[in-house]
Design a protein around this ligand. Structure first.
Ligand code: DSN
Length: 407
């Protein structure tokens, strides 16, 4: 359908808002940003501000400078880190800039295998990271489906990467950044920690921080951190100049100042006790959902979770990840198909379904509501009974509307 008029566009946005209100997002990388943060700063989108506070290539940036400085300081304080760059448009661009700061084209990198939960930007053959760099992988132990740090060291010793990446998009367990750092140091690799998914958990100490261990840390603000769609880079001061240059002029031009203002609000909110309680609840809900699903007979990758996400194996149900995703969408749950360790199915099909609790926890759900969700997932995936499940999910969505303000 070709949109020819602004009203039609507005209608589509209203329809999307209704869709979000009437369904539950269990997509592990999604969340609901506070509406009072997102509406007030659109005026900043009018301003060009290439450069950094106090060093811009445009006039009229004095207020913009204060806003970006506020975001930088709040981010540094939140993560207790010496340097922060808040201009990254996304987590992928944060990784691009980190690579540019550390590597030359053709250098070797090593990240977690894609099927085991690694991200596209950690060396996938169709991504810049696998096109411009020589990518090697480590994987998880086939029995525990968790990273085995002896096997990781063997892989690093064998392939000698210049950059070792610790982080994932679909790995339900904690990451031992200290162990990664020890291995990187022993084998002269630079350590990049990608905390895109777990940034909110790290900020509130629900997951150990990589700040003491990693050379460079990349992350996103829109997942567990519950802010605007965007990225950031943290590092020790020694990396500051190289990273600033890698971001601008390396890969980006004008920063999105409206998003940077939203990031500032997000970092400030993340300092509050209310946000800490929210993150504690995200983890409690993920554990409760894992337990309820297991009691319904589902098999989970690595047998559980330490974080905000978990992955159901769909092969034992006679379904692909894609079919499971479609069945859940029919009952009003959005979730994402996910490869599982050593998956034989293609990434478009997969043998797993990734679920996360960051968004439903923002809606106010508690551990006791995870049973209702698990039962509806059981009805949809094991009994192919969408009608009852959809009614129950609709009621739950109505009982827990997306809030406008949180704290
Ligand atoms: N697409 C994001 C996710 O779903 O994990 C990562 O970039």
């Amino acid at each position: 359908m070709l949109i020819t008029d602004l009203n039609e566009l507005t209608n589509l946005c209203t329809l999307e808002e209704k869709r979000q209100q009437n369904t539950l997002s269990l997509i592990a990388s999604e969340n609901y940003m506070p509406q009072d943060i997102c509406c007030s700063v659109n005026i900043l989108s009018n301003k060009y501000a290439e450069g950094y506070p106090g060093k811009r290539y445009y006039a009229g940036c004095s207020i913009i400078d204060e806003i970006e400085s506020c975001a930088i300081k709040a981010c540094q304080k939140l993560f207790q880190v010496e340097y922060a760059n808040v201009q990254l448009h996304s987590g992928s661009q944060a990784n691009q800039a980190a690579f540019l700061a550390v590597l030359k084209p053709g250098d070797r990198i090593m990240g977690l295998n894609f099927a085991a939960g690694g991200h596209l930007t950690h060396g996938h053959s169709k991504n810049f990271s696998g096109i411009f760099f020589q990518a090697q992988y480590y994987t998880v132990d086939p029995t525990t489906e968790q990273i085995d740090y002896n096997q990781l060291e063997d892989a690093v010793k064998l392939h000698r990467p210049k950059l070792l990446i610790a982080g994932a998009s679909a790995y339900p367990r904690s990451i031992d950044f200290a162990a990664f750092a020890a291995i990187a140091q022993r084998h002269n690799a630079v350590l990049l920690a990608d905390i895109a998914h777990i940034a909110g958990l790290v900020a509130t100490k629900q997951h150990a921080s990589p700040v003491e261990h990693a050379d460079i840390i990349t992350g996103t603000t829109h997942k567990t951190l519950r802010g605007p769609r965007g990225g950031f880079i943290l590092a020790k001061e020694a990396w500051a100049k190289k990273i600033d240059q890698a971001v601008m002029p390396g890969i980006q031009g004008g920063p999105h100042m409206h998003t940077i203002a939203q990031k500032a609000a997000c970092f400030l909110e993340a300092h509050t006790q209310g946000f800490v309680s929210y993150q504690e609840q995200v983890i409690q809900n993920a554990r409760a959902l894992a337990r309820e699903l297991q009691s319904q007979g589902f098999t989970l990758v690595s047998d559980g979770t330490d974080t905000h996400l978990l992955i159901i194996k769909t092969e034992p149900l006679g379904l692909t990840g894609r079919e499971a995703e479609e069945r859940l969408e029919k009952i009003g749950i959005t979730a994402s198909r996910s490869s599982i360790p050593f998956d034989k199915a293609s990434p478009l099909v997969t043998s797993g379904l990734r679920l996360g609790t960051a968004a439903i926890t923002t809606r106010g759900m508690q551990a006791e509501h995870m049973r209702e969700i698990a039962e509806c997932i059981y009805l949809a995936l094991c009994q192919d009974n969408p009608t009852v499940a959809k009614e129950r999910i609709t009621q739950l969505a109505r009982a827990f509307p997306i809030p406008e303000r949180y704290l």
